[in-house]
Design a protein around this ligand. Sequence first.
Ligand code: SAH
Length: 234
Amino acid sequence: MWRASVLTIFPEMFPGPLGLSLAGKALAAGLWSLDPVDIRAHAADRHRTVDDTTAGGGPGMVMKADVLARAIDATAADSRPRLLMSPRGAPLTQARVQALAKGEGAVVICGRFEGIDERVIAARGLEEVSVGDYVLSGGEIAALALIDACVRLLPGVMGKEASGAEESFAGGLLEYPQYTRPAVFEGQSIPEVLTGGDHAKVAAWRREQAEKLTRERRPDLWAAYRNRPKAPKS
Ligand code: SAH
């Protein structure tokens, strides 16, 4: 079973939205597990202190290395990757999500305050992961996003209609436009090719649209797609 452990000072935020819909049903069915760990429970003092003032001065507080290390040591005595949610991390990609989903799970660490003491990162082999170039007030929402992206790829979680194979990023492209009934919406029809029943034409149209959208919106993805190694002939 794919196992997520989440280290946080707000364990009550979990499963939160992951308790609903596809992820929630899969959680209830035992297709994955979620173990929120309260970092505060590993504090050493009566006040359960997890943060302290910034060395060198400046505003805000920093999460303490000793407390976080104890929380990690009590949780992660296995080979799951230890991910520290951090705006300094490598941006999360669908490729990384796919790799994580194939593994045993993840230990996800949520920072708060100005971040965490630098020394615990190397000492516990934490891999910094970002969900984008903006700053959240804590790692919890980033952790929810990461876990959601992984869980929907686990076997048995999504219906076959959403196998993941044709989605945005799966083949290096953004997804083509989608339509459903009614046939005419405020004067706009569904593109004719999609209602003609010619599957080869539909596939060609979708690829063309996916390439056009990617070229227009994401020059970075487009460049990578054009330079991708060609699949071996089978
Ligand atoms: N002072 C830090 C930001 C701290 S934000 C800096 O400038 O880099 C507090 C916590 O929120 C971080 O420790 C991290 O766990 C989380 N967080 C904020 N933005 C994030 C992002 N884009 N991706 C992942 N985690 C993020």
